[in-house]
Design a binder for this molecule. Structure first.
Ligand code: ADP
Ligand code: MG
Length: 705
């Protein structure tokens, strides 16, 4: 079986479309390969006999020796032909540089599909088309047309934008940031980010995976791959398209709040991917993860010759969830004798502005030896007393002797840049901004936690799948897409509690149900045309059994008043619940094109969109994820019992979220749903109101049930 990892270790590479024409891509690739590649290189071009001194063949089929990797730089219209010819002589690995595919419209998309199909048929590994190329710094394979090569390192980097690769190469070279492998993914006709996650997770020499992502085409495989990979290899992704564009027309609160950006954010978080907001952050995190030892605890020491930046750093510590180290008594005592009286011997340590380099080094030796310190940030503002580069060298030397992750803020313009260059050689990232330094160290702690996650497989509840299916099938048969309380049986089928009651279409039936419910009841209009029932006076609470007939009439009148054309399916009678004993929360789902069912949880009621305090997970998810959702919302303390109220049954919410996860996973026809409110009392979680949209586009293949 050919594998993606074999792309990077070819013995012989052929460039099809090689040329020595100045300014051409074919020439740039030849030059880059000639520069460092340790294997053999052959050129293919029918109109040349040699290219830049390399033997040139008329066609890839004519090359006498076996080829391990073909770089394709021919016009789009002949790419497929070239790949097929090479496949005929046994080539399995390709990088297609040629552009003119899906990025240029339907004709190009057609050509791209042909390549995907050929690759599937013949079991080929193809990067691109429209790729800038690939790099492996170990073999010196630079099969790109980038101006700048990469230095050797342990970061593997993939990008959906080729231009971004060239910019990064240039920028990284300057900062001595090294790479293990680089892939410009291009249009991803075959090889995509999911493949590279697996490949690099298995690669001993990749310490961290970085990526620039515009979209993820295979949502669920991506989540599964990243979830597995991030246990052993940190993955940091920069995703473009962060700002949500426009409002969506949605049939539910969940639909309105779960946009595609939200789905990405959720997928990344759920899978343990560390998300970078800027290019700088991507490489800050990448460098720290690649170069620094793991952070075993959360306690940070800050050593600074200036009060202000030290405090800024201390503030950032709080925001990242790290803690300030307390220092051992012995350390504080020792620091007291080392430092002048005006200095502080507590963290953040301010060794004050007159500190010479020796004071820094003596203090740093004390601090790294202290058992309460798990990470170190050294901050220095330039003074006339020492030279930043000298200080950088001393700090660099200390980091070589300790296992404590260290970053620095040797601040300043030219002095800061000079210090950074020195610190680069020690693999110590230097920052101008103290909070940026802290955020970078915090990523080490974050990654440690990700590595320690327990597996969290979805729970499989015994449910009545057929009954749920019947609810959907009935609605479909009647051409109804928007369902309401009349479809609450689907929740019951999945073991989610609903209030006792029924939907009726006559006063007589209403009175029978009210008798059975025994006590004051709640009555609601049931109409696909009325989304917010209480807004039109369509919900009546505390109805005496004797008044059921009158209220029935009033509800009909309310509907008539609101919209004479509204379709009325009936009146729902429910047992009256004691809302004051519980908290109204919302649980819902909206299906995302890329990632599938996005389940939402938050504080419920009619103001949910305005408050926006909600948490998301992509289904299917397990118990731990459901539990985290209940903790993640800002108002989580309301559930734990605030202001003398009893705590509600959070386990019951966790149970409902998991059952919803199973429901929407089992039935892809469900496009959106809201349970709002889900009344959660100290005893139970009960689905009081329900809304669902079904969409036959999600019809699964016949399962024979
Ligand atoms: P809608 O959201 O369409 O206005 P709901 O069924 O959610 O209609 O009812 C609105 C509000 O009425 C709920 O948020 C809840 O406070 C109250 N309510 C609804 N059903 C009951 C019930 N069975 N017992 C007590 N209060 C209820
Ligand atoms: Mg409601």
């Amino acid at each position: 079986m050919p594998s993606v990892s074999q792309l990077f270790f070819p013995d012989r590479v052929a460039v099809v479309g090689a040329t020595d024409r100045p300014g051409s891509i074919g020439r740039a690739i030849m030059e880059n390969l000639l520069a460092d590649f340790s294997g053999d290189l052959v050129a293919v071009n029918p109109s040349r006999s040699t290219v830049l001194g390399v033997d040139c063949h008329d066609s890839v089929g004519d090359v006498p020796d076996p080829i391990d990797l073909v770089i394709v730089v021919v016009p789009a219209s002949v790419v497929r032909e070239v790949i097929e010819e090479a496949a005929d002589v046994g080539v399995k690995h390709f990088v297609v540089i040629s552009a003119g595919f899906a990025e240029v419209g339907e004709e190009g998309a057609e050509r791209e599909r042909a390549i995907s199909e050929l690759a599937a048929d013949r079991d080929l590994i193809v990067v691109g088309p429209n790729s800038l190329g690939i790099i492996d710094t170990d073999t010196g394979l630079n099969a790109t047309f980038a101006e700048q090569n990469a230095m050797e390192g342990t970061i593997s980097f993939m990008s959906q934008s080729g231009a971004f690769v060239t910019a990064v190469l240039d920028w990284a070279w300057d900062r001595e940031i090294g790479f293990r492998q680089i892939v410009s993914l291009g249009n991803e006709a075959v090889v995509d980010e999911v493949d590279l996650l697996h490949t690099w997770a298995d690669d001993d020499r990749t310490d961290v995976i970085l990526g620039y992502v515009e979209d993820v085409k295979r949502g669920r495989p991506f989540i599964d791959a990243a979830t597995a990979v991030t246990r052993s290899t940190p993955v940091v992704l920069l995703k473009s398209g962060r700002s949500a564009v426009g409002a969506r027309a949605a049939a539910s609160h969940t639909g309105a709040m779960a946009g595609s950006e939200r789905a990405y954010e959720t997928a990344f978080r759920q899978a343990g991917v560390i998300r970078a907001d800027t290019v700088e952050e991507l490489f800050d995190y990448g460098r720290v993860l690649a170069a620094q030892p793991p952070m075993t605890g959360d306690r940070i020491a800050i050593v600074s010759n200036a009060g202000g930046p030290g405090v800024l750093a201390a503030d950032a510590v709080g925001e990242t969830g790290l803690q300030l180290a307390e220092f051992e008594g012995a350390t504080r005592e020792e620091l007291g004798t080392i430092l002048p009286d005006e200095a502080s011997v507590t963290n953040p340590l301010d060794i004050i502005g007159d500190a010479p380099i020796e004071r820094f080094t003596t203090v740093l030796h004390e601090v790294v030896a202290d058992s309460t310190v798990d990470g170190l940030v050294v901050i220095a503002c330039p003074t006339a007393i020492f030279d930043h580069e000298d200080l950088a060298r001393e700090i660099g030397a200390i980091t070589q002797e300790t296992e404590i992750p260290t970053v620095t803020c040797l601040m300043g313009g030219a002095a800061g840049v000079a210090a950074s260059r020195v610190l680069d050689t020690f693999d110590v990232p230097n920052f101008f901004d103290p909070s940026r330094a802290i955020r970078s160290v915090a990523v080490l702690a974050r990654y440690r936690d990700l590595g320690e996650r327990d597996p969290d497989p979805p729970t499989e509840f015994p449910v009545d799948r057929d009954r749920a299916r019947a609810v959907i099938a009935d609605a479909d048969a009647e051409g109804r897409r928007h369902l309401g309380p009349e479809a609450m049986g689907i929740l019951d089928a999945y073991g989610i509690d609903t209030p006792a009651g029924d939907v009726v279409t006559s006063v007589v039936d209403a009175e029978t149900v009210a008798d059975r419910l025994d006590g004051p009841v709640v009555m609601k209009v049931v109409s696909p045309d009325i989304v917010h029932k209480s807004d039109i006076g369509g919900v009546r609470i505390g109805v005496d059994p004797g008044d059921v007939g009158d209220v029935y009439g009033e509800l009909l009148a309310a509907v008539e008043n609101h919209d004479p054309d509204a379709e009325l399916l009936g009146i729902q009678l429910q047992e009256q619940l004691d809302m004051d004993r519980g908290v109204e929360v919302i649980a819902g789902m909206s299906r995302d094109e890329q990632f599938g069912p996005v389940v939402m949880f938050g504080l419920g009621g009619i103001f949910v969109e305005m408050i926006g305090d909600v948490a998301f997970r992509i289904a299917p998810f397990g118990h731990d994820a459901a539990r985290e959702m209940t903790r993640e919302i800002e108002t989580a303390s309301m559930l734990r019992g605030a202001r003398g109220r009893e705590a509600v049954n959070i386990d019951a919410i966790v149970d409902v979220l998991q059952r919803l996860s199973q429901l929407v996973t089992d039935h892809p026809e469900i496009a959106e749903l809201d349970v709002n409110p889900l009344l959660t009392t100290p005893e139970a979680a009960i689905a009081v109101d329900f809304r669902m949209r079904i969409d036959r586009e999600f019809d699964p293949p016949e399962s024979g049930e």
